[in-house]
Structures are given as structure tokens and as C-alpha cells.
Design a protein around this ligand. Structure first.
Ligand code: SAM
Length: 124
């Protein structure tokens, strides 16, 4: 089991400035995996990325018109994601929690993704 402190250490080790930090993560072609999913949703639908890290999927989906949320077990990641949202006038919300027991009624979200953390559970 990877503990939240380990994830904090990981995200704390990003030393360069927050803008550059998220730019590094945002510049990706991975978003193409969403191309088949997105047409099934409408603007304003609620989206959650469970294990959101610095929030790249959350911000991307907000820009596509979703009411966007991130959930993470690392305070460090949440702090950086919230700071990025504030600096860039984005309204994505970031919640502390464990995706194995999401602290929000499940029907609240129209779409939930998890990029990364589930792989980690599978290989442990
Ligand atoms: C590999 S990163 C991926 C981050 C983001 N989804 C992305 O693609 O950029 C995995 C993230 O999942 C979070 N995480 C790991 N276990 C978790 C759990 N049980 N509940 C919530 N978040 C978790 C970590 O803190 C970390 O930010």
C-alpha cells in the first residue's frame, strides 16, 4: 500500500514553479482517450477524477464545459491543484479523500475517471 505521506513526498518533490509544474503535466496527448466518452455527456455535467494529482484531467474537463472535481489523498497535490485553479481563474473543486470510499454520494457525479491510482492498486 502506498500511503498518502508517500504521495505528499512525491508531489512536494516538484521544485520548480507551479505554472511550469502544471504545464509539464498538462502538455500531453493522453486526452485523446476521452474522445469517445465525451460525446455522451453535456455541458455542465459533473465530472470527478479520483486520484487527481495536480489536476490535469480536472482542468481539462472544466475547459470542455464540465462542472469539474478532483479527489486526492495527498494534501500536497490538492494544495498545488487549488493554487493553480486560483491563479488561472478556474472553478474546479478539489476534495480530500480516499477513492476506495469516496466521501460524496456516488450519484452526484455523471462521469468518474481514475487515471493512475487504480493501476497502482492492481500491481500491489
Ligand atoms: C499517478 S498519480 C496520477 C494523477 C492524475 N490522475 C494524473 O493522471 O495526472 C496518482 C494520484 O492518485 C492519488 N492516490 C493514490 N491513492 C489514492 C487513494 N486511495 N485515494 C485517492 N487518491 C489516491 C495520489 O496521491 C496521486 O496524486
Amino acid at each position: 500500500m502506498i500511503l498518502s505521506q508517500d504521495w505528499d513526498k512525491n508531489w512536494d518533490s516538484f521544485q520548480h514553479d507551479i505554472k511550469q509544474q502544471i504545464r509539464d503535466v498538462v502538455n500531453t496527448e493522453h486526452y485523446s482517450v476521452l474522445a469517445e466518452i465525451i460525446p455522451h455527456y453535456k455541458k455542465g455535467d459533473r465530472f470527478l477524477d479520483a486520484g487527481s494529482g495536480l489536476g490535469r484531467w480536472v482542468f481539462h474537463l472544466e475547459k470542455m464545459g464540465f462542472d469539474s472535481y478532483g479527489l486526492d489523498i495527498s494534501d500536497s497535490a490538492l494544495r498545488k491543484a487549488r493554487e493553480y485553479a486560483k491563479r488561472n481563474n478556474l472553478s474546479s473543486k478539489f476534495i480530500y479523500g480516499d477513492l476506495r470510499n469516496i466521501p460524496i454520494e456516488l450519484g452526484f457525479f455523471d462521469l468518474i475517471t481514475s487515471f493512475g491510482p487504480l493501476n497502482i492498486f492492481l500491481i500491489q
